[in-house]
Unconditional design. Structure first.
Lengths: 367, 264
């Protein structure tokens, strides 16, 4: 048993290291992906351009415009706009918001001690609309206090934000990216492992030998676990260097659980490999079965809790769902195994189950 | 089915059966297509037994059933005294197989291929090392041991594949069109080796669609559309039909009824 298994493992390693081009792709692609996605996917908004219709043209109105412009969030459109232009500016997406200051601003402030300004917000993207609205409200709040800090406030809420105090969405996305990329690459690696040998005809030669299905399956998975570990380390190091995502918890725990996750993905790829007839089908199937569900349903972007029931059930069977909980908890919150053992256990179970299924499936294909 | 012409070199070490291979109504269907249609025959130990037939006649399917790669639809067969339905694990340890398609790893070196195939038959490292030296010497490939298998000429690849399939010293060797695409001289050399193998007491089961190769066999069965339509010693068949060559016998038996895609 052991001799046959080692023979297969040794052979797989020779394949891996002989084909250095593929090896470079395996190693560089994840880094490339994390760079591309890491910079592209962000929910943080900056440089939202706003226009101003200033009918007052007083010191007070200029102070208000200044208040909007002084942080990095809003950027004023450097020209006068007229009411007639407004619609077109929105249409052309030149502005996301227009601030309308009435002629009576300064006099109202003196006579009524309060004044009203109008905000017109483009909510074509509802998320952006909400963000802009909230930010604008905050800007006005701060400005109010600066202008008159004696104004009575009954309650003030002073939030303390835990785990990601800057509310930096990169810190939320990069761990998710790690989960996505590891799943994709690992599953791809093994998805062609058996199909390739079916295509070249070498599988037939292996099948007439006394090798067991479990020896072939294990012999195919183990070398790639090693490769997966290298991949996982590279991705985590890139995430740390490029995006300064912290690892607050145990690095060892993160490493071990990443390995478990890689093992799940590899076993899944191998299961596909036992079913698919050609390498092309295997790769395509793997792409379909990993990317979409992982992005849409694992909680990578959209919270699982807000999905319809049926999709929530589906999310429960995705390995990425559990790994996302694990990796975010370890990296951002510093959570340990004491809290994460259920997810770790589920992932391990999934890996064993998938490997078992691949073995069973493979035995049937011996026919 | 037995014949007086048979050369018989029985191996007393093998118990149970005097036959290396025996098939009884062995049948394989793929859906509605019957690839192998109730074939029955026996192969004695030490024989060179040939399956002659056009492409698609069912030779490969039959050989795959003997090697445990395909389960039969009905009927049964024994290989080395073991039942192909229930004891294929034992069969695999006892037989060697060389498939139609060249099936060494092109991106592995000659030595690495030998090491791998020795390994999956559970041979020890020392055993493999010894075999490797012996084999490289026989094939005169010592200076190419660390060259990629892809760089070898086809004739050598096939000889290497044959040697590799003999690594674990099987008592029966199945060769599925081993000389496909090889020049006549390489083919002759290949057959010289087949005779050596048979001379050492092993049974050789070979499929071919070359008529000249059919003449080299001790005994021959002609397959046509999944059935065995004739079986016997080449000389005996020629006598029976009063014809000079296997080619003539084949055409006589199959007649003009060769579908175009089945032309040898």
């Amino acid at each position: 048993m052991r001799r046959r298994l080692f023979a297969i493992i040794r052979k797989e390693f020779i394949h891996i290291f002989r084909d250095w081009r593929t090896l470079m792709i395996i190693i560089l692609m994840p880094i490339l992906m994390i760079v591309l996605y890491g910079y592209a996917i962000t929910l943080d908004m900056r440089n939202i351009v706003f226009g101003v219709i200033d009918d007052a043209r007083t010191t007070e109105s200029r102070a208000l415009i200044e208040a909007f412009s002084e942080n990095g969030f809003f950027r004023p459109l450097h020209r006068e706009i007229r009411r007639d232009d407004m619609e077109e500016l929105f249409m052309r997406r030149d502005v996301h918001m227009v601030l309308v200051i009435p002629k009576t601003l300064s006099t109202d402030l003196i006579t009524r001690r309060t004044a009203t300004v109008q905000l017109i917000v483009d909510a074509g993207d509802s998320n952006v609309g909400t963000f802009v609205n909230n930010y604008a409200a905050q800007v006005l709040n701060i400005h109010n206090r600066r202008v008159n800090d004696t104004s009575p406030l009954l309650f003030t809420i002073t939030p303390r934000i835990f785990y990601n105090p800057d509310m930096n969405s990169t810190h939320f996305f990069v761990p998710g990216l790690v989960a996505l990329i590891l799943m994709l690459i690992s599953a791809l690696l093994t998805s062609i492992a058996i199909t390739r040998e079916k295509e070249t005809g070498t599988m037939e030669q292996i099948l007439v030998s006394p090798v067991h299905a479990r020896e072939i399956v294990l012999g195919k998975v183990l070398p790639y676990v090693f490769l997966g570990l290298i991949n996982a380390s590279l991705i985590l190091i890139s995430a740390w260097i490029l995006f300064a995502v912290p690892v607050r918890g145990s690095l060892l725990l993160l490493g071990v659980l990443s390995l478990v996750y890689v093992f799940v993905a590899l076993s899944f790829g191998l299961l596909i490999s036992t079913v698919a007839r050609t390498q092309l089908i295997a790769m395509f199937g793997t792409l379909m079965a990993t990317i979409l569900p992982t992005i849409m349903l694992s909680g990578f972007i959209f919270p699982i809790a807000s999905m319809p029931d049926i999709l929530q059930y589906f999310a429960q069977i995705l390995p990425a769902t559990y790994f996302l909980l694990i990796i975010r908890a370890i990296m951002l919150k510093g959570v340990g195994l004491a809290e994460l053992w259920p997810e770790a256990l589920i992932l391990t179970g999934m890996g064993v189950l998938l490997l078992f299924a691949a073995t069973r499936r493979f035995r049937m294909r011996l026919e | 089915m037995s014949s007086e012409h048979l050369r018989f070199t029985g191996d007393p070490a093998l118990p149970a059966s005097e036959f290396a291979v025996s098939a009884t109504d062995l049948t394989k269907r793929f859906g509605t297509f019957t690839a192998v249609d109730a074939i029955s025959f026996t192969v004695r130990k030490g024989e060179i037994f040939g399956f002659l037939g056009a492409n698609g006649a069912g030779k490969t399917t039959a050989i795959r059933m003997f090697c445990g790669l395909l389960p039969p639809t009905s009927g049964t067969a024994n290989v080395a005294g073991y039942n192909i339905r229930t004891q294929s694990r034992y069969i695999k340890q006892t037989i060697g197989y060389m498939s139609q398609k060249f099936s060494l790893y092109e991106d592995l070196t000659v030595a690495q291929n030998i090491e791998f195939y020795g390994g999956i038959y559970g041979l020890t490292r020392e055993h493999i090392a010894r075999k490797t030296e012996q084999l490289l010497e026989e094939l005169q490939l010592q200076d190419r041991r660390n060259k990629l298998t892809a760089s070898l000429p086809l004739g050598w690849k096939q000889r290497l594949a044959l040697s590799v399939s003999l690594l674990h010293d099987p008592s029966i060797i199945f060769l599925d069109e081993p000389t496909g695409g090889v020049d006549p001289i390489s083919r002759r050399n290949f057959w010289r080796i087949i005779y050596e193998i048979a001379g050492s007491g092993k049974t050789v089961f070979v499929t071919t669609h070359y008529m000249d190769e059919a003449e080299y066999c001790n005994r021959l069965s002609i397959m046509y559309r999944g059935r065995i339509i004739e079986i016997g010693h080449p000389g005996e068949l020629k006598e029976r039909y009063g014809l000079d060559s296997m080619q003539d016998i084949f055409i006589h038996l199959v007649g003009g009824d060769i579908r175009p895609e089945n032309t040898p």
